[in-house]
Write a protein that binds this ligand. Structure first.
Ligand code: SF4
Length: 351
């Protein structure tokens, strides 16, 4: 008899499922109403069983929804952290719950593993803002100027770059090159933020994250009036007027650490919406007020698609080995400089 395909329609919320997922629900009860749990729990139980059978790990980006982040992920973090964790595990298969460039980075660091993405249409406005041909044209226009590339890019773009950076270590990477000028791609806002903290001149690209660019400084000022004393944290992909209004500027990982260290009473996280929900589940004593912008690409990943992808063993993410080798060199050069750097204070704000 052919194996039954498991879907939401044939997975009931039984007493056994309730028992298997009770500990998970205790972690998320602060952010997922009890009435919603029977919708998620059968899928969570089935996915967790299947990933053990298939020797798979599930890696979830900080912007995934809490039922994925806490329900099925073996590791959560930023894109580079996910890829590094995937490379270090003994799993045969990596299911990357994030967007396509993240799955590519996981494949670059784990060429012998099968990398799956639950929805291969999960793209990114930053990654799609620039191509390998664009980078070659930039290099031709600025001969000899090194290219520093944010990790939110395709493998093809990384392969054309001298070195990668994250939002946490971008200043350190730029300064490490010992040059007067670099080409910094593709995020113009991260680039401007880095330029305000280094003496190196940055040649920027006009890319932007469609989620972070929607926030405005005026929105934050209005917000502060409604919530006096609120601690405002912003991701450096936000426009300069937003960063100028923030009390703290940092990468997703740095923001989580900052909440753990500072324990502000009331917080606004100016970044993708689900991130605040995930952090809120971890810190029930901190009140999170969300000016909410969702990433439509991240939201393509659902429990239903994770279950389908684990069962079918696809969509598989492949990277041309010749491209992967060159892209890995750019990633390795960054890792030699340092994975993280302490984020500095926001311009005009506090650390
Ligand atoms: S939040 Fe922005 S940078 Fe991140 S995946 Fe979505 S569009 Fe890309």
């Amino acid at each position: 008899m052919p194996e039954q395909i498991l879907t939401r329609s044939n997975l009931p919320f039984t007493a056994d499922v309730e028992r298997q997922t009770r500990a998970i629900y205790e972690r998320v009860r602060h952010v997922i109403p009890e009435v919603e749990w029977p919708v998620h729990a059968p899928l969570i139980a089935a996915i967790n069983e299947l990933k053990r059978d298939r020797n798979a790990v599930i890696l979830a980006h900080n912007y995934q929804t809490p039922e994925i982040f806490y329900g099925v992920a073996d590791y959560t973090g930023d894109s580079l952290g996910l890829a590094q964790f995937g490379a270090a595990t003994g799993a045969d298969t990596i299911v990357l719950c994030g967007v396509h460039f993240m799955a590519e980075t996981a494949k670059i660091l784990s060429p012998d593993k099968t990398v799956l993405i639950p929805d291969e249409r999960a793209g990114c406005s930053l990654a799609s803002s620039i191509t390998g041909a664009d980078v070659r044209a930039l290099k031709a226009r600025h001969p000899g100027v090194p290219v520093v590339t944010y990790v939110n890019t395709t493998a093809e773009v990384k392969a054309e770059s001298d070195i990668c950076c994250t939002s946490a270590n971008a200043v350190k990477v730029v300064d490490s090159l010992g040059v007067d000028e670099v080409i910094f791609i593709p995020d113009q806002f991260l680039g401007r933020h880095v330029a305000s903290r280094t003496k190196v001149r940055l040649i920027l690209w006009e890319g932007a994250c469609e989620v972070h660019e929607r926030f405005s400084g005026q929105e934050l000022r209005d917000f502060r009036q409604q919530h006096p004393g609120i601690h405002v944290m912003a991701h450096p992909e936000c426009p300069p007027d937003v960063l100028a209004e923030a009390d703290y500027v940092g990468s997703t990982t740095a923001m989580i650490q900052h909440v753990a260290d500072a324990r502000p009473r009331e917080v606004a996280m100016i970044t993708e919406c689900s991130m605040a929900g995930n952090v809120a589940a971890e810190f029930p004593d901190v009140r999170f007020i969300q000016p909410c912008n969702l990433c439509p690409h991240m939201k393509r990943i659902t429990l239903d698609k994770i279950l389908a992808c684990l069962q079918a063993g696809r969509p598989v993410v492949e990277v041309d080995p010749a491209v992967a080798v060159r892209a890995k060199q750019a990633l390795d050069r960054m890792l030699a400089v340092g994975r993280d750097a302490k984020p500095g204070p926001a311009p005009g704000g506090i650390d």
